[in-house]
Structures are given as C-alpha cells and as structure tokens.
Design a protein around this ligand. Structure first.
Ligand SMILES: *Cc1c(COP(=O)(O)O)cnc(C)c1O
Length: 438
C-alpha cells in the first residue's frame, strides 16, 4: 500500500474521519517559513502550525538547545526529581508573566493545562469550605481544548463539542464579547454582570481567552471587557482564568494579551508557542494565595501528575525559544506583519462575500459570508505556494514573527489571490461542501 493511502486508511488527523476524504500532504522537511513536501513542492507557512512555530522551523538556536539537552537528559520522572531545564524555565515564565502569577504546573498539552486550571479552581473553593462554588462561567464562541473539562467550557452550541453535551459539566455561558476593539455600547458587559449577580454563589471561576477568541471564530474584542471581567471576579469572589494558549508569547502585540487590559488573572494557561512549535508542552500558573489555600488543607495535594510532566527536553527547548523571542525585537516584527496584512487584504473588501477583514498583532482574518469555500480556498492557496487551513467562513493567517519581507509579501499575495480566485469562480449555490472543521 502506498504510504499516503496507508495514512488515509489508518491514521486519524485532527477533527477528521477515517478513511479521510482527502489525502494529507506529506511533509519532508521545513525550514524558516518554508515547508517542503515529499513531492518537492514548497509551501510558505501561513499557519505557524496552529500558532506554535513563532520562530519558523528548524531554527539553529533551538536545534542546538535540543541537541545539547538530548545528549544530557531527555526525560526523567518529575515525581521525586527536578532539573535545571524545569527550574530555569519556571523562573523565566514567572518573571515575564502578569504580576502575581508565581506558582507553576507543567502540563503536556494546552487542554491538560486547562484541566489543571479547572481542578485548581475547584480545589481552591473546597479548601475554603465553599464547595458549592463548583461551576464555571465561560463565553459563547469560547474554545479551551478537547478534553472533557475543557470541552465543558467551550461554546456549547456552535462549538465542536455539542456532540458530548450530555456528558459535560453543566456550566454557564455569557454572550460572546461584541466583536471589535471599539463598540457602541456595553450590552455584552451588562449581560456578564447579570450572570455574575445571579450565579456567583455557585461560580468557582470565569474562564476566557483574552482579546482573541481563537478556534471559536477568530473574534477580536476590546480590553475594556477583560478589565471589567477582572473587577466582577473581585467583587463576586470568582477566580479569573486567562487561557493564553493561543494569545501568549507576543502574538497579539503584547507578550500576553492580558497586558492590553493591564490586569493579572488568578490562573493562566499557556501552551502552543511555548516551545516555539518544537514539542508539546504547556503550563498552568497561579497566584500564591491559590497555592497556599490548597496546600494548607490536609492533605493539600494538587491531584494531577502526568507521566511526562516537566519533560527536560521540552523545558530546555521552551527556554531556548523564550530566550530567542526576548532577545529580538518581536514587537516590531509583529507590527510589520500587522501593517502588511492590513494593506494586503484591504482590496478583498470589495467582494460581496467578504464580510470582514480584521488584523490584530500577527493575526490576519478574512471572514466570508459563506462557510462552504474553505476547502476550495485551501486548494487554491496550495496552488499559489501557500499553506493555509481555513475553517468554515474563516480564512486566517498567523505567520512566524521572523518571516522575511519577501516571503510575507508572497504569502499574503498567495492568500489574496486564492480568495479572489475562488470567489470569482465559485457560483453561489454550487458549492463544494467542506468537511474541514478547524
Ligand atoms: C489550542 C488551544 C487549546 C488546546 O491546546 P492543545 O495543546 O491543543 O490541547 C486551549 N485553549 C486555546 C485558547 C487554544 O487555542
């Protein structure tokens, strides 16, 4: 059996069926922003492997750190042992995180860090003898991961987890923040206030993706909303969990999106770009007040401990990625991406089927009025030498921060041309339905 056929018959890909209706592209190698396929084609990477490879692929500094670490210690159980990669990474993360986040739990994926965050919130209120505070408030259009706890705080209707709704914790959902950085009124905040007022006695925490709701719709919203969320959490004794898994490490133009609102959450989850896209690693950070409250109980244990917790190789790579990030002018790189994408996508506004063009930090979004063109647009982009993975109505890109000006130009041109091509050749009503979810 040809290897691509074997893959199609036997291996699940994200949010896909078996056998998959389309062949996956086989990758041979990747370097910088260029992905080389097995058949020799080269594609510019518009996705940064879902927000993660912020420095591009095959970066010499991160490679070297990985080689050094692999020749020293790839893995050792974290139960009973510690090591320099974990200690140094923890120090660095605590130093750069919003003020007050001083305790850290290393997890193996973003979803798991969300599970840990939810557990910590529940354990916190149990420790305070307030076990009735055991539900969560989340936002419509939210996405926090694919495990059961995380699914229970994802958008319950539009989200991908409505399939499991009968098996999930019954949580509360506030209307999604109004899209846009400037809005006319605060009806979304008023709705949030009344949910706090009604349910605060049962609420353990309010979880949100600050500034950008990612997989739930690539929606940008104003910092004022986050600020108000912080105040409501304080007023009603509810913990604030910031899921910075997608927004963290500079993608929105600040190191963490919470900085736009000048607030600190009580709990923060990070992942995705943490290792520069090299390996899976995530973390949950929280305040000393939370860790003390849990730890002063008897027995005071935080009941979580993945086999690969604090993996030294992943920690060392994350440290190298962070050092690289902080040693360069990433703010300016992100600003250049912002400026470029804003200009490059502007002409697409003329299409009737283009509902909105929006750019924030290193994220560019083209929102269509139709949700059936994503596969056709992806294919057209590949023809133009660009790797894109649109979903539903959303065509979006988040290039590596260090993408060259020429590659950025070619990338945005490839995306624009793909969208124009499909919109001008696809007769309405005769669409090819896409089965690509995210
Ligand atoms: C991707 C993502 C997650 C889940 O992370 P995984 O590493 O895929 O488990 C959680 N929250 C947000 C905001 C994400 O973007």
């Amino acid at each position: 059996m040809q290897s691509s056929n074997f893959d199609q018959q036997h291996i699940w890909h994200p949010y896909n069926k078996l056998p998959s209706s389309h062949l996956q592209l086989e990758v041979a190698s990747a370097e910088g922003s260029l992905i080389t396929l097995q058949d020799g084609r080269k594609l510019l990477d518009a996705m940064s492997s879902w927000w993660s490879s912020i420095h591009g692929y095959n970066h010499p500094a991160i490679n070297q750190a990985a080689i050094d670490q692999i020749q020293t210690l790839s893995h050792i159980m974290f139960g009973g042992f510690t090591h320099q990669p974990a200690i140094q990474l923890a120090r660095k993360l605590i130093e750069i995180s919003p003020a007050g986040l001083e305790k850290i739990f290393f997890a193996d994926s973003g979803s798991v860090s969300v599970e840990v965050a939810l557990k910590v919130a529940l354990q916190y209120w149990k420790s305070k003898q307030r076990p009735e505070k055991n539900r969560f408030l989340a936002l419509q259009h939210a996405y926090h991961g694919d495990t059961f706890g995380a699914m229970s705080v994802c958008d319950p209707i539009e989200g991908m987890h409505h399939l499991f709704s009968n098996n999930l914790m019954p949580n509360y959902f506030a209307p999604a923040p109004q899209p846009g950085l400037v809005v006319e009124d605060n009806h979304d905040i008023q709705a949030l206030e009344s949910l706090f007022e009604q349910h605060h006695t049962e609420l353990a925490a309010f979880i949100l993706e600050p500034l950008v709701q990612g997989a739930g719709g690539m929606r940008f919203y104003r910092p004022e909303y986050i600020k108000r969320a912080r105040e409501l959490c304080d007023q009603y004794e509810v913990l604030l969990i910031a899921d910075e898994i997608a927004t963290g490490f500079g993608r929105t133009g600040k190191l963490f999106a919470c900085e736009w609102a000048h607030i600190s959450p009580d709990i923060m989850c990070i992942g995705k770009a943490l290792t520069g896209g090299y390996m899976t690693l995530a973390a949950m950070l929280c305040t000393q007040e939370i860790s003390d409250t849990i730890s002063q109980q008897n027995p005071g244990l935080l009941m979580h401990g993945p086999t690969f917790m604090g993996n030294p190789l992943a920690c060392r790579i994350a440290l190298a990625s962070l050092e690289l990030l902080l040693s360069q002018d990433w703010q300016n790189q992100v600003k250049l991406i912002s400026t470029h994408l804003t200009q490059a996508f502007e002409p697409l506004k003329h299409y009737q089927e283009v509902r909105d063009i929006r750019v924030l930090g290193g994220i560019g979004v083209i929102e269509l009025t139709r949700d059936d063109l994503s596969y056709a647009i992806q294919q057209a982009a590949i023809e133009n030498g660009v790797w894109l993975r649109p979903f539903g109505r959303l065509v979006y890109t988040m290039p590596a921060y260090n993408i060259s000006a020429d590659n950025l130009q070619a990338l945005s041109q490839g995306i624009s041309n793909a969208v124009s091509h499909v919109l001008s050749t696809q007769p309405s009503g005769e669409a090819t339905l896409s089965d690509q979810f995210v």
